[in-house]
Ligand binder design. Sequence first.
Ligand code: ZN
Length: 566
Amino acid sequence: MKRTQRFTIAATLSAALVAAGACAGGEKSGAVASAAGTDSASQAINSADILQHIKDLSADSMEGRAPGTPGEVKTIAYLQAQYKALGLKPGNPDGTYLQNVDLIGYKAHPTASYTAGGKTISFKYPDDFIANSRHNRTETKVENSDVVFVGYGIVAPEYGWDDYKGMDMTGKTILMLVNDPQIRVPNDTALDTTMFKGKAMTYYGRWTYKYEIASLKHAAAAIIIHETGPAGYPYGVVRGSNSQEQFDVISPDAEKRVPVEGWITLEKAKEIISAAGQNFDALKAAATKKDFKPVALNAKATYDVKIDARKIQSHNVVALLEGTDKKDEYLIYTAHWDHLGKDTTLKGDQIYNGAIDNASGSSAVLDIAKAFTKLPVRPRRSILFLAVTAEEKGLVGAKYYATHSLYPLDKTVANINVDGINQWGKTSDFTVIGLGNSTLDDYVLAELKAQGRTVRADAEPEKGFYFRSDHFEFAKQGVPALDTDSGIEYVGKPPEYGMKKRDEYTNKDYHNVSDEVKPDWDLSGGVQDMQTLFKVGVSVANANDTPQWKPGTEFKAKRDSTLVKP
Ligand SMILES: [Zn+2]
């Protein structure tokens, strides 16, 4: 789980109001299970079951479920046995419940220096910069490469936006701002919500996008200027995660990536830009205009990135419930099984049990699978239950599936992801991260309306939480993907209770050895949320039409380009 969000704004919408204007998932076929049948099947999802699975998966004997360790062997054996016991088919067409995931683990040892306006600027790793290379060699060098400031480095046809303006970037070191531009309405201080979704971060704002576009432009180095507000996290997060071993999918396309991928601190960026005779704030202001053109700085960059790499074999676990008349179309539930493993340098408890993150989601998807087996009539579309590896290493297992899918992605109608469940009782609300992205929202709204609950939008869309769990790898490939989170309005509790419990978890247990099963847990709220996601899945699997990205969503073009036209 990559969540540390704070819900400071009550962004609750009335489910009834929103659903009234929404198409609640299209017409259903008459040949499918009744609402009563679905309701009764949903009762298979229960606290006792989920708690037992969480206890099993987060036991010390699972060693914190790190990919490529004995903990993985035990975890995937457990999940396979459970899916088999439910009578689900092996999800891999090769007849197994496993998808091999070939990973590379790598650690960078970079140096960097810039010259600007005749001055040499030296950099300290990892305090001033981080740099990586995904090329298949032990050392990658960029020497005296021309430095160009490319603003936000975005090419977004739907907004008529192109920061590169056709300028040749081959062999250049490009400096980019993080996030996407916040554009003001002319003669007003309000944000223009028709451009890059206003305050929300679009995918164009994520660092992964910046490296992808830099690769297409044949740049030598893609360097992101860190700013805490726009990034959504302090530089320490960039430094911390990059100074550890990173994982990625082994890809034959690694050489097509920009040779050097990195970040620099805002202070260092300002130092380079000033020495080159320019002003950072002026450049940033220019970058929020459509007519921005790349600015060639009077500067050159040199990087030397040494890499230690090792191969790791890990696995996704996958089970299949075959559909009926639309069985060659698929709905995929995902939950990552991995967590952080153990740290033998710690005193006392050394095991990252990851009870909430994400033994809870893995357990919930086991129970959702059980509920599907209790339906009086099988769903029309096939359902895949996919427990992915290496989420904690950067959504790597999900990325592997989404780029090596076992069934065609153009026949994959949707992904529903579970990363952590509510452990503090029932709520009157439920959070949809990235509310407004796709028509999957309408299915959620319809279910919540029936339960008399409300939907809550992610209160911090500018931080890009939609891009931080496994469903995002599906979205990136164009598959409509739903990510939800617990509500925060607890039934019978004071209003501040939800936030207080969230903060307690975030501050004490999140990514800590104390993320363990607690005696005061009340999973009734988590059960209700998972029953909702089950019913959403049943509706999606049985509907005549398929979920769609809403217009203006950055994943829509990808879906439109990959779908085989009838
Ligand atoms: Zn996590």
